[in-house]
Design a protein around this ligand. Structure first.
Ligand SMILES: NC(=O)c1ccc[n+]([C@@H]2O[C@H](COP(=O)([O-])OP(=O)(O)OC[C@H]3O[C@@H](n4cnc5c(N)ncnc54)[C@H](O)[C@@H]3O)[C@@H](O)[C@H]2O)c1
Length: 344
């Protein structure tokens, strides 16, 4: 049995809690947030007893019986929390974006290594259903030799961040680097998972919404020795809106992926339909409806974390691995700011 201590009971924590409560050989034996109202609400909601609740992480690490610290707080808190957990000998699962810089990420990796504790970044996007199916198709060489890849994310989200709106994550308004820092870590991690490490990258980014500080649209051109890809990502496009938007401003992310090889083309439609088209033009349905089901992705991700603790196997998205994703994220900003091609 692995005893889990959670830090951060904000917006996304319910995905973690639900997954821990679903995974057989784990139990939540501590939960912490400096905001006690939020701490008690979330704990009540998920039947986490009062004796397990803490408003201070140092006290939690001193008093609670935990093996793992699950960090669900913003990136600026990660270094301090990783230091505390590692010093207490706890394994660590830390939310994305892992760090504000490569130097900070490297420091956390080193701290965990020196303390002899395991460190994984909570990178759930690659565990979403369509990407897991596509990975298996690529492993079976279903498209043959890769030629071109187009990954498209659409939402009409940030232009609706008017000051009167209550947002699930209000801090999005003020983030100086928004789309590719907050979401780009997911996309670039998923991209690496499916297509491997790039050899070139060039990016353009743009701020469309008057209600954000950071960029909310951008394109990244990604080169390999013998194939290439484009990421076309935007929170400020109406192109896939199928019906009038509701009053409340919530994310409504849609993703498409078109992977062209010499044998076939894989198509993930924004509806979730997944097909493969052969050289005769025959389109075969792989799945009528795949879902961006975040709860399911967390069950798989956290299950993988526990499997690796049990077996000693490498985490797919260890702190060390995540350095590669973060490098692509920061290089995206550098490329866009300086019109520079990044070479690897
Ligand atoms: N993987 C995903 O798909 C996904 C989705 C949403 C958010 N996230 C990430 O999860 C992290 C948290 O996001 P959120 O939207 O839940 O934020 P949030 O602001 O809603 O919640 C964060 C909570 O952490 C608490 N906190 C911060 N520092 C603390 C400390 N030192 N001790 C105790 N409590 C502390 C805050 O009081 C707050 O309640 C972010 O890094 C975000 O990018 C990931």
């Amino acid at each position: 049995m692995w005893n889990i201590g959670i830090v951060g009971t904000g917006y996304w924590s319910e995905k973690h809690i639900k997954a821990w409560q679903h995974i057989e050989d784990t139990t939540i034996t501590a939960i912490c947030d400096k905001n006690t109202a939020l701490l008690n609400d979330k704990s009540d909601q998920y039947n986490i007893r009062e004796a397990y609740r803490y408003s201070d992480v140092v006290t939690m690490l001193e008093q609670a019986d935990i093996d793992v610290m699950d960090i669900i707080t913003p990136p600026e808190t990660h270094l301090e929390l990783v230091k505390l957990a590692a010093a207490a000998g706890k394994h660590i699962m830390c939310q994305k974006p892992f760090a504000r810089s490569i130097a900070e990420a490297e420091e956390m990796v080193q701290i965990a290594e020196q303390a002899g504790v395991r460190l994984m970044v909570t990178e759930n996007w690659r565990w979403l259903e369509p990407f897991q199916i596509i990975k298996n198709l690529l492993l079976e060489h279903a498209v043959g030799k890769l030629n071109t890849i187009r990954y498209i994310h659409t939402d009409f989200y940030s232009p609706r961040f008017t000051p009167d709106q209550e947002l699930p994550q209000p801090f999005f308004r003020d983030m100086p680097q928004l789309l590719f820092y907050e979401m780009g870590v997911h996309w670039l991690d998923t991209w690496r998972f499916l297509f491997g490490e790039p050899t070139r990258l060039y990016a353009e980014t743009r701020k469309v919404s008057p209600y954000t500080v950071g960029e909310d649209s951008g394109m990244i051109l990604i080169g390999y020795e013998d194939y290439m890809g484009l990421m076309d990502m935007s929170w400020a496009t109406r192109r896939e809106l199928q019906e009038p938007l509701g009053e409340q401003v919530l994310p409504n992310h849609k993703e498409q992926l078109i992977i062209e090889g010499d044998k076939a083309t894989i198509k993930l439609y924004h509806t979730g339909r997944l097909t493969i088209i052969d050289n005769a033009g025959v389109e075969t349905v792989i799945a009528d409806q795949t879902e961006l089901n975040y709860e399911d992705s967390h069950r798989k991700l956290q299950g993988h974390f526990i499997d690796c603790l049990n077996t000693g196997a490498e985490f797919q998205t260890s702190g060390l691995d995540n350095l590669k994703t973060l490098r692509l994220v920061f290089d995206t900003y550098d490329s866009a700011a300086n019109h520079k091609v990044q070479l690897y």
